[in-house]
Ligand binder design. Sequence first.
Ligand code: C5P
Length: 218
Amino acid sequence: MKRILITAGPTYEKIDPVRFIGNYSSGKMGMALVDECLKDGYEVELVLGVVESSMFDLNQKNLKVTHVVSAEEMYGACMAIFPTVDCAILCAAVADFTPAEVSTTKIKRKGDELVIRLKPTNDIAVALGKIKTSKQVLAGFALETNDEMQNARDKLKRKNFDFIVLNKLGDAGAGFRYDTNKITIISETEEKSFPLKSKNDCAKDIIAFLNLKNLQIA
Ligand code: C5P
């Protein structure tokens, strides 16, 4: 049985005991990938950020869920799981920056401005790209607002992905929280654009592409 690691959802980066820096990722695209991978006979290791979990069925055969909150926790979980899988699709919207210091008490309103210093998080994709073996397939997502193709191609290289799924924030019905998405799958030699579809149908296209890549290296 093929094993896959999927990351999904946003990360929350703590500012103080009641506040965080997050993003609008709902986890829907990642969960669509989970559903379709299970149907396709994969054993799935899901590393899941903070999502509305009542929206999803997390108790399924061949599905193991690791819940995480911060980018650092997601990094730790992925580094532990990745050596045990055949492939990974990184669908999570991971924070690129996290507060340099977390206040232990609620920050009070005072003065004219509040400055929160941020430090970069570990890039999980880059880290997995470095330890990837020749038998593993690694794929990621790119959500772009401008220079989409060029940015996606740069990420493909920088993160050592075998392929990247580009979704454009500007496209109607595509991206965060929608049930539909419009994707382009890009590898070093291929570029396939798909029309607007349900996230489950997008997941099917992505898995068909993944299965081809898995076959090529098997
Ligand atoms: O650089 P950017 O965040 O746009 O790259 C998106 C891709 O990289 C996604 O696949 C995302 O899951 C992954 N990523 C990651 N760790 C980060 C940031 C992004 O794995 N710290």
